[in-house]
Write a protein that binds this ligand. Structure first.
Ligand code: S3P
Length: 182
């Protein structure tokens, strides 16, 4: 069976990391979260990277992290929410992986993110500001997300159940069996 990377994309809070970890166990390949990969390299939190170096520098770090990860062994990769929408990252993802968009309803997502204190782009926003921010951000980003090979409704089932469904879709439709040569 030909193995490829599986790249999960979608808004912050759509569950990429939780689903990715379950899926990697089912697939028997490593799990990598691009944010954690960058935190490990920089030895700083994402919040500290944003406040000390700014968003543009973070987007450069994401670009390099993606290239490095895709150059290594096949893995399940959970990307930061903005990663597919900067540089030519989505072209690279399409060329090198089976990509999966975790689609969420923006109102449910705002509900979920309203108590989030970790994500620099959403923290310190009132409920109303957050709803508006999420709706606008999704509108700007969806043209990138919608290029994914597979789209799933991220809040429709529990993460372990979604992982099983996704595993079956990938195995049946996106992994080619290579005939054995005798
Ligand atoms: C971001 C999402 C975050 C993280 C950074 C920027 C974004 O990742 O990469 O805070 O631009 O949407 P998650 O999607 O895992 O929250």
């Amino acid at each position: 069976m030909e193995k490829k990377h599986i790249v999960l994309i979608g808004m912050p809070g759509s569950g990429k990391s939780t689903l990715g970890l379950s899926l990697s166990k089912l697939m028997g390949i490593p799990f990598i979260d691009t944010d954690n990969f960058i935190v490990g390299k920089e030895r700083k939190s994402i919040t500290a990277i944003f406040s000390e170096y700014g968003e543009e520098a973070f987007r450069e770090m994401e670009k390099h992290a993606l290239r490095e990860i895709l150059g290594n062994e096949p893995s399940v990769i959970a990307t930061g929410g903005g990663l597919p929408c900067f540089h030519d990252n989505m072209d690279l993802i399409s060329a090198k992986s089976v990509s999966v968009y975790l689609k969420v309803n923006p109102l449910k997502l705002s509900e979920y993110l309203k108590n989030d204190k970790k994500r620099p782009l959403v923290k310190n926003k009132s409920c109303g500001e957050l709803k508006q921010y999420i709706a606008t951000l999704l509108e700007d980003r969806k043209c990138f997300y919608e290029r994914a090979d597979i789209t799933i409704d991220a809040y429709s089932e529990t993460p372990p159940q979604l992982a099983v469904n996704l595993f079956n879709i990938i195995i049946n439709n996106h992994y080619k069996s290579i005939p054995h040569e005798n």
